[in-house]
Design a protein around this ligand. Structure first.
Ligand code: MG
Length: 281
C-alpha cells in the first residue's frame, strides 16, 4: 500500500478467524514463505496490569525460537529495544523497539533508522512535566522509554481520569514537537515524525534484504504482521495488498465498533502461538 492509500477497515467480528478458517488462511499464503513480524505485549504475551509483568511463557519462547530457525522473524514493539530483547531473550531474532525507531538484527548489529535523531532533551522535558502533573494522581504511571514516554492509567480510578487527561492535554499542547498515540489504557507521547510500525516493516523488508536478493525481487515471500493494538494498525494497513496480518482480538471487542485493517484474527496469545507453529518455510 502506498502512502496515499487509506487502509480498508472491517469490524473485528467480520475478520475471519485464522485457525477456524484455516483453508482461507492457507489460500491467502498461497504457498509463499512468510517473513514474520511480531508485536510483543498483548500478542506474544497476554495483557497484564503492569508492563514489567508481561513475561513470555516457556511455550511462547519455544515457539518463537523454533520459528526463527525456519523463517525470518522480528519482534516489533513499542517498548525500548533492550527491554523487549531482555524479555524475549533469543539471539536469532531481529528486534525493533520504540515503534520502529531502534533496530538490531541477529548477531547484535544495530541498523540505522533513516530518520532517527536525538530527541533526548525534548523527551526529558516532557517526562519531567508528566511526572510533576501525574505524580499526585493515584495509580498513574509514567514510563520513560528511549524514544517515547508512556503514561499509563490502567490503575487510575475512574473519578481521577479527567484530571489525568487534563495533565496530558496540557503537556501535549505545550510541546509542538510531540504527538500522542493511544494504546490500551496508555497514552504514548512521541516525537512528531512520519514513522510508525508500518513504515518500519516496509523499510525492514528492504534493509534486511528479506524481499530481494542482490536487487532481484523475491516474489515467494509474504510479509506477515501479528499484533493487537492501535499502533499495530499502521503495520496491518501497510501490508494490505503485499502481505498478511493477524490481529489478536478477543470476543469482548465484538460489538464495540472496533475496526481493523488486519486480514485474519485470533482470540488470544495461545491461539497465536498455535498459528505460528503451523507456519511453514
Ligand atoms: Mg501490543
Amino acid at each position: 500500500m502506498s502512502d496515499s492509500e487509506t487502509p480498508i477497515l472491517r469490524l473485528v467480528e467480520e475478520v475471519p478467524h485464522a485457525l477456524n478458517h484455516s483453508d482461507a488462511f492457507e489460500a491467502a499464503l498461497a504457498g509463499r514463505r512468510p517473513a514474520v513480524f511480531l508485536d510483543y505485549d498483548g500478542t506474544l504475551t497476554p495483557i497484564v496490569q503492569r508492563p514489567e509483568l508481561a513475561i513470555l511463557s516457556d511455550r511462547g519462547r519455544q515457539v518463537v525460537s523454533e520459528l526463527a530457525t525456519r523463517l525470518p522473524t522480528a519482534v516489533v514493539s513499542g517498548r525500548d529495544r533492550p527491554d523487549v530483547e531482555r524479555l524475549v531473550a533469543l539471539d536469532e531474532l531481529t528486534y525493533v523497539g520504540s515503534h520502529g525507531f531502534d533496530i538490531v538484527v541477529p548477531g547484535g548489529r544495530q541498523v540505522d533508522n533513516p530518520i532517527a535523531g536525538d530527541f533526548t532533551p525534548l523527551l526529558d522535558e516532557v517526562e519531567a512535566k508528566l511526572v510533576e502533573g501525574l505524580g499526585p494522581i493515584p495509580g498513574a504511571q509514567v514510563e520513560r522509554k528511549k524514544f517515547s514516554i508512556a503514561a499509563h492509567y490502567r490503575n487510575v480510578a475512574d473519578a481521577d481520569y479527567a484530571r489525568f487527561r487534563e495533565v496530558l492535554d496540557g503537556v501535549v499542547n505545550d510541546h509542538d514537537g510531540i504527538k500522542e498515540k493511544t494504546g490500551k489504557k496508555v497514552f504514548e507521547l512521541q516525537p512528531k515524525l512520519d514513522w510508525d510500525k508500518g513504515k518500519a516493516v516496509l523499510w525492514l523488508l528492504e534493509a534486511l534484504e528479506i524481499n530481494h536478493n542482490d536487487g532481484v525481487p523475491i516474489d515467494d515471500i509474504v510479509p506477515m504482521f501479528f499484533g493487537d493494538d492501535v499502533t499495530d494498525e499502521d503495520a496491518f494497513g501497510a501490508l494490505q495488498g503485499q502481505g498478511l496480518s493477524v490481529i489478536v482480538s478477543d470476543r469482548e471487542d465484538e460489538g464495540t465498533g472496533r475496526r481493523t485493517a488486519a486480514s485474519f484474527r485470533v482470540y488470544d496469545t495461545e491461539e497465536l502461538l498455535t498459528l505460528l507453529e503451523r507456519l511453514k518455510p
